[in-house]
Write a protein that binds this ligand. Sequence first.
Ligand SMILES: *Cc1c(COP(=O)(O)O)cnc(C)c1O
Length: 368
Amino acid sequence: MAHQWRGVIREYAERLPVTEATTVITLGEGGTPLVHAQKLSELTGSQVYLKVEGMNPTGSFKDRGMTMAMTAAVEAGAKAVVCASTGNTSASAAAYATAAGLKCAVLVPEGKISMGKLSQAIAHGATLLQVDGNFDNCLDIARKLGDSYPVFLVNSVNPARIQGQKTGAFEVVDALGDAPDIHVLPVGNAGNISAYWKGYKEYSAPYESATAGTLAAVSTKTPAMWGFQAAGAAPFVAGHPITEPDTIATAIRIGNPASWDTAIAARDESGGLIEAVTDEEILDAHRWLSSKEGVFVEPGSAAGVAGLIKKHAAGEVPTGKTIVITVTGHGLKDPQWALRTADGSEVQPVKVPNDVVTVATELGLDAR
Ligand SMILES: *Cc1c(COP(=O)(O)O)cnc(C)c1O
């Protein structure tokens, strides 16, 4: 019988802080495709794969953490959850809160959220407040609400989120048979790079299972973690928080990452790096993915690909390796970027009359 994917908690229950008795809040997240990127592989001379996280229920990797956070909220007896968001966390929190029967409040920075993400939070019935401030200000308020009011915080400062997100690394190893040599991803609040590193470390070590005794290590190695930030929002590159982060890649428009220490540890323990790419490089990579690989992502998601292309151009990508890039969110979240050409002009559809000969001429076709 065909196996129905049960969501990351049930698939990886053995390695998550849950029991058989836990009431799991899931929308079937995880189990996302690992797509061989043919053109990036040709470019670099390594085998490059894309972990396509836009295929999650709400269109981003945030669902992996949200299933855990919402499950923890229900376990704690919460009646309402709150989060700060650049967009995708709010979309995910709103959907999972609905599944859990909880109220959801989301704080978003004024004017910097894509329509797709806003509409998701609204559609799922969240109370959405636009704060006159940036993401970092929103997170500050959300944390204080969680501390002093009867609401449960579901941002990635909640350790349950990181636990859920580490399953991305498990899936990569399970698909490839071992860890890749390099894992590339965008860095914003830095929860995801921390979570992947946690997942890779856990899979490379023997494991004391609660039910099955000692399990052998699943992978023989861990990858170098390569994180990329947007140049206008690159606190790890600067070495200090940025007060006015600015980039078109709204998902990573964060100046004061909450998971600062764990991201630095991921970079250093793995022998990796965190560098910056410009908005133009991000948009070029966004276009590369859609036009050469057939994978449509939102701009922030393309930062890892932009980074790999940049490092390759600098002669700093080894050949003959296995490289995985997490592309974090779906292109339909923020579709207007596809309608902009490399020179910045708007793409307009060609208008034709209702006539086959004109249409054929316009397509450059000669009659058989
Ligand atoms: C949240 C998000 C990021 C950044 O992830 P962090 O864990 O905050 O570093 C990148 N891309 C997309 C699409 C996101 O939603």
